[in-house]
Write a protein that binds this ligand. Structure first.
Ligand code: MG
Length: 255
């Protein structure tokens, strides 16, 4: 998918999609407690998306297996699951690390965002993992200035993870976003060795670091979707969709 630059009117439509995503994440957070099923969280999310006049972009999204498109409106990834966990009859429990990823389409324009939560009072090591992943996302966003390059984003993210010794997932990366959920350019969460595309006003990106308490290696479960850490270590994931404007980055996935 070629890189496309969005007009102010198009960015405004993406703001509306981003707002729905932010509302879904807040709604799911308010319902996250021991005893709820992940399918229940998904049902709430889908109802909110449709009530808002939006469409759930994840539902029916094609994956590694053409016979198994993603069956739900949000991803719910627990503990060692990094991304793409499928909602179902699993029950949320105290002491779990839960990552929620949500996507919505408004008038053909996409929003994509994610956050990680802990159920209960987190141990210090996990609180730090969550907060550091969020701060790395914010550092990546701050680096998304017109005139910088894609690699400046990855460098900023990586520089937040490195002192903590976290694994930085390399197999999955951020991406351009617009009429499609995944557009060029790819946005790695590390220095790729090449500057990459120059950032300019109208470019919209999803910036989404995924950090682990262990190694960066990931693998897919036999359900053809769920991505887990190979060493079983815990993982956190934060994501905002942003627009690059002449004044700097603007977060779109916010209320
Ligand atoms: Mg994304």
């Amino acid at each position: 998918m070629p890189v496309s630059l969005k007009s102010p009117a198009e960015i405004d439509a993406m703001r509306r999609a981003g707002r729905v995503v932010a509302e879904v994440l807040a709604l799911v957070e308010s319902e996250l407690r021991p005893g709820v099923t992940t399918a229940h969280l998904d049902a709430l999310a889908e109802a909110h998306i449709r009530r808002s006049g939006a469409l759930p972009s994840f539902k029916g999204y094609p994956g590694a297996n053409p016979r198994r498109p993603f069956p739900a409106s949000i991803c719910v990834s627990i503990d060692a699951e990094i991304v793409h966990g499928i909602p179902g009859e699993r029950t949320i429990r105290e002491g779990q690390l839960v990552s929620i990823d949500a996507g919505a389409i408004v008038d053909g324009w996409h929003g994509d965002g994610a956050r990680t939560f802990f159920i209960g009072e987190p141990p210090e090591s996990i609180r730090e993992l969550i907060e550091t992943t969020r701060l790395a996302m914010m550092a990546g966003i701050a680096a998304a200035q017109p005139g910088n390059h894609v690699q400046d984003i990855g460098a900023a993210v990586e520089d937040v993870a490195r002192p903590k010794g976290y694994g930085v997932i390399r197999q999955f990366v951020g991406h351009g976003i617009g009429r499609a959920m995944h557009e060029d350019p790819q946005v790695p969460n590390y220095r790729s060795g090449l500057p990459g595309r120059k950032l300019e006003p109208g470019l919209c990106l999803a910036i989404e670091p995924m950090f682990t308490l262990g190694s960066h290696e990931a693998m897919m479960l036999p359900d053809d979707w769920t991505i887990v850490t190979r060493d079983g270590s815990l993982a956190a994931h934060f994501e905002h969709s942003i627009a690059i404007t002449q004044h700097g980055p603007e977060i779109l996935t916010t209320v």
